[in-house]
Design a protein around this ligand. Structure first.
Ligand code: PLP
Ligand code: COI
Length: 353
């Protein structure tokens, strides 16, 4: 794919690495290409980072035709830059596109786009351990008409944000509230797709949890409100009676790349991992009888995030004395070790640029 590159005339200065935060600062450029039915993807270009202009009837503004991905470029100890399982993000983006009737991307060429873009913006990949350049590819439907149908025009973009360590002072266990009212998605819905609407619909519950002093909610399934699904915008795992239990992918859960990687690492470490339905009753029972040893969320942004408190209605339960558990810590160390190039990548997951 030919990419036309127009460089900025006003290069910005990178803020100090300890002031980056998450997703607030952007690099100097952005990638953009257009899709038109019958013509395919065209006009691939990298241009200075700028606002975009949209027709007021644009499909994305009315019917939420939007999907996105999130992955990171990591600075290795030897100074090089690498991605973590980028093809998994590209494939997931195409599964999301298929669900939302948006155009699919050519996989190999999309990997080339990521590579070209990150190389151009390499100076924005921060150097301290735990920091990274967060990459946000996204596609939105762009028909300039109000009829409800699959789009015939779309835009794909890639923007990037140098981001700080997700945790300021090491990984601290967080408090989570089991959500009994709102559901994130339902089987047959869009849960397995990374589409914007899923996130808009889940912020209300997150806000309510925050008001009560909890970091996020634990989502239950949308049909029976009985089975545990995810935590906030992360997958969730538990150590119960020595085994690792994580909700099976029923269609309403996002198939996380960190989840998939955690399962592989855990199996490699010799743990038994069960991907199955886990009811909230079973979870509460395990909390009460002490067989719940550890609980954590996992996702690209935070890697792993230990759960120290779980609330259900008026009851609050403490997990592992409110401290990070042994397995959670081990997973964090192994995954971050591979991602930041400090540990041998025996799984073949890193993609060096
Ligand atoms: N679940 C949801 C709803 C998410 O948005 C994410 C984040 O991307 C994840 C899980 C974790 O997925 P991954 O590990 O691929 O980042
Ligand atoms: C994750 O990377 O774990 C996320 O949930 C990303 C979020 C900003 C959508």
């Amino acid at each position: 794919m030919q990419i036309q590159i127009t460089k900025t005339q006003n290069p910005s200065t990178m803020p100090p690495e300890n002031e980056l935060g998450f997703g607030r600062v952007f690099t100097d450029h952005m990638f953009i290409m257009d899709y038109e039915e019958g013509k395919g993807w065209q006009n691939a270009r990298i241009v200075p980072f700028q606002n975009i202009s949209l027709h007021p009837a644009s499909t994305v503004l009315h019917y939420g035709a939007e999907i996105f991905e999130g992955l990171k470029a990591y600075r290795r100890a030897d100074g090089g830059v690498q991605l973590f399982r980028p093809m998994e993000n590209i494939r997931r983006m195409n599964r999301s596109a298929e669900r939302m009737s948006l155009p699919l991307l050519p996989e190999e060429e999309t990997l080339e786009i990521l590579k070209t873009f990150v190389k151009l913006e390499e100076r924005f990949v921060p150097k301290s351990f735990g920091t990274s350049l967060y990459l946000r590819p996204f596609t939105f439907g762009n028909d300039e008409a109000l009829g409800v149908h699959a789009v015939s025009r779309a835009t794909f973009m890639l923007i990037a944000s140098p981001s700080g360590s997700y945790y300021k002072e090491g990984i601290n266990p967080v408090g989570i509230m089991i959500e009994n009212e709102d559901v994130r998605t339902v089987r047959g819905g869009t849960g397995y797709a990374k589409c914007g609407g899923n996130y808009a619909a889940s912020t209300r519950a997150g806000e309510r949890a925050a008001k009560k002093g909890y970091s996020q909610v634990l989502w239950l399934d949308g049909v029976e409100r009985k089975y545990v699904e995810e935590v906030g915008a992360m997958n969730v795992m538990f150590k119960i009676g020595g085994k690792i239990v994580t909700p099976m992918l029923t269609g309403s859960i996002l198939p996380g790349i960190t989840r998939m990687s955690c399962i592989a690492v855990l199996k490699d470490l010799g743990y038994e991992v069960e991907e199955r339905l886990l009811s909230v009753d079973e979870l509460l029972q395990a909390l009460k009888d002490g067989s719940l040893e550890e609980a954590w969320g996992c996702g690209t942004a935070a890697v792993v995030s230990p759960i120290g408190r779980l609330a259900f209605g008026e009851e609050e339960y403490v997990v592992n004395g409110g401290k990070i558990g042994e397995v959670t810590q081990k997973l964090y160390d192994i995954l971050t070790g591979i991602q930041w190039g400090k540990e041998e990548d025996k799984f073949g997951w890193v993609y060096k640029l």
